[in-house]
Design a protein around this ligand. Structure first.
Ligand code: FAD
Length: 399
C-alpha cells in the first residue's frame, strides 16, 4: 500500500505515527501540522505552564526521535487545505501528498466572539503560542476577567489566582460546567472558586468588551461594569474541519465516523477532538475533547487505516480530569440527567463522589480528590453495571 499521511501534529496525530511504527509498518509516514511547533501536550498549558513563569513548554518528543527513530517526514507550519478522497491526495499549499492511508487529527479551535479580539489584552487559550501570550500578561496586580466557566476557564482562573491576580469569571449559563458534568454538579464544583477567592458571576452574559486600543472594562448584560486589564475567553472549541469543506466527507460537528473511526472514504480515518464517531459502549455518536480518547483514537485510527480488514471498534467510557486550586476533578461516562446522587463526601468539602443514572444503568461518575476510585467506576460503567450495583459499590468505598 502507499504511505501513511497524518494531518494534525498534536496528541492524536503523534499517537497515530507511533502506533503505525509499532505495528511494523515500514512505509513512508508524513505528519502535517499547521503549527510550527513539534507536537506538545495541551493540558499543562492552562495549569502548571500558566501558574509558574519558568515552566518549560510541554513538548512530547524530540525532533530527532520523530525524524530518525520513527522515520517521520515532518511538514510543520504547513496547514493542509484540502483532501481529494478519489485521487487519495492531501493538499498543502502548492504541494500534494499522496496517501494509502490517511488519519485526520486536526483537533479543535478555540471559539471566540467576532469583534472581541480586536482589543489588546483579549485572549483565547488553545495553543502553546496562546499560552505564552496569556502567561506573559498574568502579572501581579492585573484584573483578569474570564468569560466562560468551563474547565479551561476555571483552570485559567486557578492559575491566575496562584499568581496573585484578581479574578472574576462570567458565565452565561445559570451554573458552570453544564455541558461537561450537568447543571447540578456544575453548581457543586463552583464552590471551589469562592473558597479560593475567585468571583463567579453566573446567569449573566457579556454585552461588550470595551477599551481604547486595549481592554479596560467588561460590560455585562445586567448593566454591571467590571474593570479588566485582561480577558480570557473560554467559551468552548469547534472541530477544525473547515479545510475539509467540499471533500465529500460527512461533517457534522466534527468528521463523522463509524465505530472503527472510518469516515467512509477509502483509507480515511479520523481521531481525537475532530472525530465524531459511533461509540458502541453508549450506542450513540460522540465527539470528545478529552486527552485520553484523543491518544487512544489516534493509535487505533492508524492501526485500522493500515489494516482495514481487521479494523477494531473504539468502544470507550469517556474520561477526563481537571485541576483547580490543588484539587483534581475526574469524570467518567456521560453526564446523564435522570438522576445525580452524591454518594460520598461533601460538595462543599475537600472531596466527594457523585454518580449519574440513565434509566437503570450507572452512566457516569464525578469525583473530587478521589483518585483511587474513579477508574473503578469506569470499569463498572464499561461492564454495563446497573445503578443499584453502582450504589452498592459506593457503599463499600465509604464504610
Ligand atoms: P489538538 O490537540 O487540538 O491538535 C490538533 C492539531 O492539528 C493542532 O496542532 C492544529 O494546529 C492542527 N491542525 C488544525 N488544522 C490543521 C490543518 N488544516 N492542517 C494541519 N494541521 C492542522 N483534556 C483532559 O482530559 N484533561 C485536561 O486537563 C485537559 N486540559 C486541557 C487544557 C487545554 C488548555 C486544552 C486546550 C485542552 C485540554 N484538554 C484536556 C483536552 C486535550 O488536550 C485534547 O483533547 C487533545 O489535545 C486533543 O488532541 P488532538 O490531537 O485531537 O487535537
Amino acid at each position: 500500500m502507499g504511505g501513511l499521511v497524518v494531518v494534525g501534529a498534536s496528541l492524536a496525530g503523534l499517537r497515530a505515527v507511533e502506533a503505525a511504527r509499532k505495528t511494523g509498518f515500514d512505509g513512508p509516514i508524513t505528519l502535517i501540522g499547521a503549527e510550527e511547533h513539534l507536537p506538545y501536550d495541551r493540558p499543562p498549558l492552562s495549569k502548571a505552564f500558566l501558574a509558574k513563569e519558568d515552566t518549560a513548554p510541554p513538548m512530547f518528543r524530540d525532533e530527532q526521535v520523530l525524524r530518525d527513530e520513527l522515520g517521520v517526514h515532518l511538514a510543520l507550519g504547513r496547514p493542509a487545505s484540502g483532501v481529494d478522497t478519489r485521487r487519495r491526495t492531501v493538499r498543502v499549499g502548492d504541494e500534494e501528498y499522496g496517501y494509502g492511508a490517511l488519519v485526520i487529527a486536526t483537533g479543535a479551535r478555540a471559539r471566540t466572539v467576532p469583534g472581541w479580539d480586536t482589543l489588546r489584552g483579549v485572549y483565547t487559550l488553545r495553543t502553546l503560542d496562546d499560552a505564552i501570550a496569556v502567561r506573559t500578561a498574568l502579572t501581579p496586580g492585573t484584573n483578569l476577567v474570564v468569560v466562560g466557566a468551563g474547565f479551561i476557564g476555571s483552570e485559567v482562573a486557578s492559575s491566575a489566582r496562584d499568581r496573585g491576580l484578581t479574578v472574576t469569571i462570567v458565565e452565561a449559563q445559570p451554573t458552570p460546567l453544564v455541558r461537561a458534568v450537568g447543571a447540578h454538579m456544575g453548581a457543586a464544583c463552583s464552590s471551589l472558586h469562592a473558597r479560593n477567592g475567585t468571583t463567579l458571576r453566573c446567569g449573566v452574559g457579556v454585552a461588550a468588551i470595551e477599551g481604547d486600543g486595549a481592554v479596560e472594562r467588561v460590560r455585562l448584560s445586567d448593566g454591571t461594569v467590571l474593570k479588566a486589564d485582561m480577558v480570557v475567553v473560554g467559551v468552548g472549541a469547534s472541530p477544525a474541519t473547515q479545510w475539509l469543506a467540499g471533500s465529500g466527507l460527512t461533517l457534522e460537528d466534527g468528521v463523522v465516523c463509524d465505530e472503527t473511526l472510518h469516515t467512509g472514504a477509502p483509507g480515511v480515518y479520523a481521531a481525537g477532538d475532530v472525530a465524531r464517531w459511533h461509540n458502541p459502549m453508549f450506542s450513540r455518536h460522540m465527539r470528545l475533547e478529552h486527552w485520553t480518547s484523543a491518544a487512544e483514537q489516534g493509535a487505533l485510527a492508524a492501526r485500522n487505516a493500515l489494516d482495514p480488514a481487521n479494523a477494531r471498534p473504539y468502544a470507550t467510557v469517556p474520561y477526563f480530569w481537571s485541576d483547580w486550586y490543588g484539587s483534581r476533578f475526574q469524570f467518567v461516562g456521560i453526564p446523564a440527567t435522570d438522576e445525580v446522587r452524591v454518594v460520598d463526601g461533601d460538595t462543599d468539602g475537600a472531596g466527594f463522589t457523585a454518580l449519574y443514572r440513565e434509566g437503570d444503568r450507572l452512566a457516569g461518575a464525578l469525583t473530587l480528590n478521589r483518585p483511587r476510585d474513579i477508574m473503578k467506576y469506569r470499569r463498572l460503567i464499561a461492564g454495563e453495571s446497573s445503578w443499584d450495583d453502582g450504589l452498592a459499590f459506593a457503599k463499600t468505598r465509604t464504610t
